[in-house]
Design a protein around this ligand. Structure first.
Ligand SMILES: [Zn+2]
Length: 161
């Protein structure tokens, strides 16, 4: 659950840092880690990776409610546009929207945490260009407090899910 929610958060952060052209090109969500492929024309730099990770962790620590609701497809498309179909177009007149406050919204049938804080923290390991216009970002959630120059001020509280 944490990893699924973390991919939404990382994708939302990548769109804010790199631009709205960023689209989910593929994702693998496993229990202990997840991998996100995003569309971006060049290699993501270390600086951009740090920014995405920092923004994602700000969202995690901001304790934002993760809301899931069924809505009419037309209403969802009208309000949010086609960006809700990051994981591909989903069938049905009613679609399930996963909304992380004002930060990110996606049509998704997956299981999520109810609050971003439950993700604890996210770490992007490395990014690499896997083909033209597509970059791969392995992501891991962790409850452990790790020191890095970016997170001295972040206090992580272990929450068992
Ligand atoms: Zn999802």
């Amino acid at each position: 659950m944490r990893h699924h929610t973390s991919t939404h958060i990382i994708l939302g952060a990548a769109r804010k840092v790199l631009g709205n052209h960023v689209w989910q090109a593929g994702a693998e969500k496993e229990v202990d880690r997840s991998r996100l492929d995003i569309s971006h024309w060049t290699r993501i730099t270390q600086d951009q990776t740090n920014k995405i990770e920092q923004l994602a962790n700000e969202i995690v620590m901001a304790n934002i409610e993760v809301d899931s609701s069924w809505v009419r497809r037309e209403n969802a498309e009208e309000k949010y546009g086609y960006r809700i179909y990051q994981g591909g177009v989903v069938p049905g007149k009613q679609i399930r929207l996963i909304r992380i406050g004002e930060f990110d919204v996606e049509a998704c049938g997956g299981t999520h945490v109810t609050n971003t804080k439950q993700v604890e923290r996210v770490k992007i390991f490395s990014t690499k260009k896997i083909q033209d216009g597509c970059c791969n970002c392995p992501v891991k959630c962790s409850g452990k407090k790790k020191k890095s120059k970016n997170d001295k001020h972040i206090l992580c509280k272990k929450i068992t899910i």
